[in-house]
Design a protein around this ligand. Structure first.
Ligand SMILES: [Zn+2]
Ligand SMILES: [Zn+2]
Length: 250
């Protein structure tokens, strides 16, 4: 199958031969989104980008990553207009404050307004401009994956790979329900479950040897593949790259 612009990041992910090709794609997507919004191109000064960051804000994880990225003025400008919007909303809440009545369970179910302020506040704290951008890209990468598995050569790459992290494995299974080409159903389920099983055992063995290395009797024995088994196990279980240094502006 001929390489197209949208197949490049997916092939790069599989060619990286790590614990999870989708984690690799996600890291690329995250770094490029961070550079886009807070980097030297100063997209945060463009009105449409600022409107989007004012609307979505950032989650806790990305607040930290933006802080570590280091563009103090750029981040401060984004949060300045975000705060202005928040305060406008909050002023309205204060002016229209109704003390909630303590109600019985049945009444509460009937009369509680759907859009209680805590719910809107939760939406604010949970929504994230960067997560949205990354999720959008990940959806496209997954769709591309299901397009590419029609190709024998690509299927070979999947078979040669190390499976996926549990987080992306779950996403893959969820998307397979809609996107899996019918001709590849058997191949897909048999392959990915077998890959996950053998690679979870492999990572567990690496982790076992890392633990065993702390026994003084094994001190002189070689590390084998176990020196980075902790971060690879963490990745296998929840995705991401725990040992990555923070992304900093150039
Ligand atoms: Zn992953
Ligand atoms: Zn986020």
């Amino acid at each position: 199958m001929k390489e197209k612009i949208y197949t490049i990041p997916v092939n790069d992910g599989f060619d990286a031969e790590g614990e999870c090709p989708f984690c690799f794609m996600e890291r690329q997507a995250e770094q490029s989104a961070m550079r886009y919004v807070a980097g030297p191109g100063a997209s945060y000064m463009e009105p449409d980008v600022r409107a989007a960051t004012d609307r979505a804000g950032f989650c806790r994880c990305h607040m930290k990553k933006l802080y570590q990225y280091g563009n103090t003025l750029g981040n401060a400008l984004m949060l300045q207009t975000y705060m202005a919007g928040l305060l406008k909303e909050f002023d309205w809440e204060v002016d229209n404050l109704k003390i909630p009545e303590k109600k019985g369970l049945l009444l509460r179910k009937k009369n509680q307004p759907e859009d209680a302020y805590w719910k809107r506040l939760r939406q604010r704290t949970d929504s994230c401009y960067l997560c949205d951008k990354i999720d959008y890209n990940m959806q496209r990468y997954m769709e591309t994956f299901f397009y590419l598995i029609r190709d024998e050569q690509f299927r070979q790459k999947v078979e040669n790979g190390k499976g996926f992290c549990l987080d992306h494995f779950a996403l893959l299974l969820r998307m397979a329900e809609d996107k899996l080409p019918s001709g590849q159903t058997q191949w897909f389920y048999e392959t990915v479950y077998a890959k996950m099983q053998s690679n979870l055992y492999r990572v567990k063995e690496d982790l076992d040897w890392l633990v065993a290395k702390y026994d003084f009797r094994n001190a002189g024995k070689p590390w084998g593949n176990s020196q980075d088994a902790l971060q690879r196990t963490m990745q296998k279980l929840t995705g991401g790259f725990p040992a990555d240094p923070p992304l900093k502006q150039d």
